[in-house]
Write a protein that binds this ligand. Sequence first.
Ligand SMILES: Nc1ncnc2c1ncn2[C@@H]1O[C@H](COP(=O)(O)OP(=O)(O)OP(=O)(O)O)[C@@H](O)[C@H]1O
Length: 262
Amino acid sequence: MTSPHPLIEAQGLAVAYRGRQVLGGVDFAIDRGEIVTVVGPNGSGKSTLLRALLGVVTPSAGRVRRARGLRIGYVPQRLHIDAALPLPVRRFLSLPVRQSPARIATALAQVGVPDIAGQDMATLSGGQFQRALLARALLSDPDILMLDEPTQGLDQPGVAAFYKLIEEVRQTLDCAVLLVSHDLHVVMSAADRVICLNGHICCQGAPKVVARAPEYRALFGMGTGGALALYQHEHDHSHDENCDRDHPAPVEEIDQEKASTR
Ligand SMILES: Nc1ncnc2c1ncn2[C@@H]1O[C@H](COP(=O)(O)OP(=O)(O)OP(=O)(O)O)[C@@H](O)[C@H]1O
């Protein structure tokens, strides 16, 4: 259950590209301190949901509300950097907002790569690159971090280390974390809440509840439930364990109010 004053809230959110609806009837809210993970098959609208919450995609129906003055740190799914153009990490971190060397050093230390400031972005390993992107997102001192498949291309230990880092960052900054991922096993253990998306929210709830939901199993198979037991972490707080099985209203019934872009 989210609070009456979430950081971001969407109601009846729908998105269409050139008249083709890819997301519909999405009700969503996230509070400070929560880690929420969005899972779903390729093309199910995960990146679109993040982009609509960010305000870079205009909803075709429904609305998005962001808390006044909300600072969002965004790590995109892809970022192509031309290898022919030298771009030291410290300069990359100063784009688009100039940052002091001290802040850059702090951010790089925070994400566990204190020695790469002078290295060229094109020469970073996959894990170092992802950490540099995360450092850049942290430099905005975010209330919420949005990460779109941040562990793509990392090996399993790299993935596990990255999620551990996210958890540490959440604790240090007391920010919310919204992430999209395909790393089902680790995600299911690291998130407070999992949203299973397939053009609409198929089901959502605490990881162990979602893992049992027939909608989740229909999308991801039965295997994850077993693996979950290995990764399940200890919670010192309670969850709303209701798995929302309601499917969205047809598009025609959704509030047509456009997103506010405060
Ligand atoms: N700019 C765009 N113009 C037209 N169609 C788009 C655009 N962006 C995404 N789509 C389409 O919208 C649908 C949802 O895409 P989206 O990238 O949100 O899915 P996803 O769940 O993030 O997928 P993946 O797991 O493969 O990254 C897909 O069918 C995609 O082709």
